[in-house]
Design a protein around this ligand. Structure first.
Ligand SMILES: *Cc1c(COP(=O)(O)O)cnc(C)c1O
Length: 360
């Protein structure tokens, strides 16, 4: 087998090795069915059991109450940018958006095409290197949309935004930090996440949504774009992304076996602290996120010199550290260290950075 290298990719991202090994075996035959996981009918007994366990474990891990639907959709988080307002934002009402990065901007753009929007706060003035403390909400927003972790800019909300008006429910794009820590579902109307960072492969999107919102949503939409279609059919109105759901099931089992979301958080905090602590005292590298806003999932850093950044990325690549080049809108480096990223890989990166700094 090829030696696996340290993969710091922002997404699709590293998955637990035990999950990949098990999935590999079941590609040829799911259990003793003699039919591979990708070859089973989504209406058959074997896959129905996979889907049911995936939903049950998802509910168990996050403590999702019965009043919420759990949906496995397609189209990525990017389709949710528009499905959310299409279903839930009446044309004559306003939704508030917290603009903390490029994904939030894209979400806002889609809402603008549907109804009224209001930017309650923005950190664009500093190239999104911080999470704003205060928001100025509109008078009666239908919902308040925020991006819990800003994958590109390496910032993260430590908790839900404060002061959300009573009229509004919270909507969260949690694509890059979902299930990286415990979550109080009842504080939300809807949470969505593309799977490819913390939950599984690309091609499946998890949506957790209050059932009354599903019920009261806009009916004047294409069937596939209505949440009710998927809620009424247990995400099987059409052929669901069966392999993606299966892999999510294996990741959920892995999370449960490793202590659930509280343990994920502890593990993630330890991993991120190693990098931030080193960055704090380094004379070569520095964190780009403002103190207090740094993400536990995507740690962004620079040397201050583009040439040195490039030299570092190149040297890292040659030494088995992949995916460290930062997004072009930030430059520098980004280490994405989602749930499944092994702690040993973070230790190895810090050692490598120390050596690079010493020889620079
Ligand atoms: C990756 C990402 C997206 C885009 O997800 P797709 O599944 O590619 O549409 C949206 N929001 C955030 C926060 C992301 O990290």
């Amino acid at each position: 087998m090829t030696r696996r290298i340290w993969n710091f990719s922002a997404g699709p991202a590293v998955l637990p090795e035990t999950v990949l090994a098990e999935a590999g075996e079941n590609l040829l035959s799911l259990g003793n069915t003699g039919i591979g996981i990708c070859e089973h009918s989504h209406r058959g007994k074997a896959f129905m059991a996979v889907a049911a366990e995936a939903e049950a474990l998802c509910r168990e891990l996050a403590g999702i109450p019965d009043e919420y639907a759990v949906l496995f959709l397609q189209g990525g988080a990017s389709l949710q940018f528009s499905m959310v307002p299409q279903n839930l934002l009446p044309a004559d009402r306003t939704a508030d958006y917290l603009i903390t990065g490029a994904w939030a901007e894209k979400a806002l753009k889609e809402a603008k095409a549907i109804g009224g929007t209001h930017v309650a706060c923005s950190s664009k003035d500093a190239n999104f290197n911080y999470i704003p403390d205060n928001c100025a909400y509109s008078e009666k927003p239908v919902y308040v949309h925020f991006t819990s972790n800003n994958t590109i800019f390496g910032t993260q909300f430590t908790t839900e935004p404060a002061g959300v008006p009573d009229t509004a429910f919270l909507v969260c794009d949690a694509s890059s930090d979902i299930f990286s820590r415990p979550i109080d579902i009842r504080r939300y109307g809807l949470i969505y996440a593309g799977a490819q960072k913390n939950l599984g492969p690309s091609g499946v999107t998890l949506v957790i949504v209050r059932k009354d919102l599903v019920e009261s949503g806009n009916r004047n939409l294409a069937t596939m774009l209505q949440y009710r279609t998927h809620a009424d059919n247990e995400s099987m109105y059409n052929t669901p992304p069966t392999f993606g759901i299966y892999l999510m099931l294996l990741v959920f089992r892995w999370m449960k076996a490793n202590g659930g979301l509280a343990s994920m958080e502890t593990r993630n905090r330890v991993k991120a602290a190693k990098l931030y602590d080193y960055l704090k005292q380094s004379s070569l590298f520095k964190s780009t996120a403002k103190p207090g806003s740094g993400s536990l999932m995507n740690v962004t850093f620079v040397t201050g010199s583009e040439d040195k950044d490039n030299a570092f990325v190149k040297a890292a690549e040659a030494n088995g550290f992949s995916g460290l080049k930062g997004h072009r809108s930030v430059g520098g480096m980004r280490a994405s260290i989602y749930n499944a990223f092994p702690p040993e890989g973070v230790d190895a990166l810090v050692e490598f950075m120390k050596d690079f700094e010493a020889s620079a």
